[in-house]
Design a protein around this ligand. Sequence first.
Ligand code: GAR
Length: 219
Amino acid sequence: MNSNFAQTDSTACLVSPTVAPLEGEFLKLGIMASGSGSNFEAVAEAIASLQLKAQLQVLIYNNPGIKACARAEKWGVPAVLHNHRDYKKRETLDAKIVQTLQQHEVNCVVMAGWMRLVTPVLIEAFPDRIVNIHPSLLPSFKGVRAVEQALEAGVKIAGCTVHLVRLEVDSGPILVQAAIPVLPDDTPETLHARIQIQEHRILPQALVQLAAGCFRNKL
Ligand code: GAR
């Protein structure tokens, strides 16, 4: 990508690039994670098994000591900590994240359990090149505690969604979804565990299809 960082006094200001759709490009992935990183692992395994033609360039994480970081080390992927607690403004954190993604020559960003709101600084640096995995059938149950929200609403079908990231939380074009039944004795933990099995299937699938141009009509 050819984005430029322009330095204006003390703040880094991103000059938005004009970026062509991802279609046909070899995916150079930057993963953003806040927790366990099981979705990071699913993407790494899909690459290792040649299901997904891509390379993991970098893991960005915001919580020191999380399991995602150990997983990155296991797969030989550089892991960079950007602790949100060190930043007063979301935009400043996002500018650092963009800088790291660009330094690692990322052309597609995957928010895999990234539990922070993002700003135009990140979104505009990677237009139509940021995907998110969310543990609900969007547009239902956006935001935090999605699995709990679904149980509280008494739905009989739950699931997960891979979508492109837009400024409004969990609102971008839907790429792939998977649905599963809610069982009568489900707790948030048991339901989330079954949803995650589907997440690990549809996240690599969505990336394969994104690179193949299957979502052309959504961009
Ligand atoms: C996943 O279930 C993902 O859907 C959810 O966080 C979990 C991360 O798991 N994301 C969100 O709730 C975003 N709103 P992981 O760290 O094991 O991949």
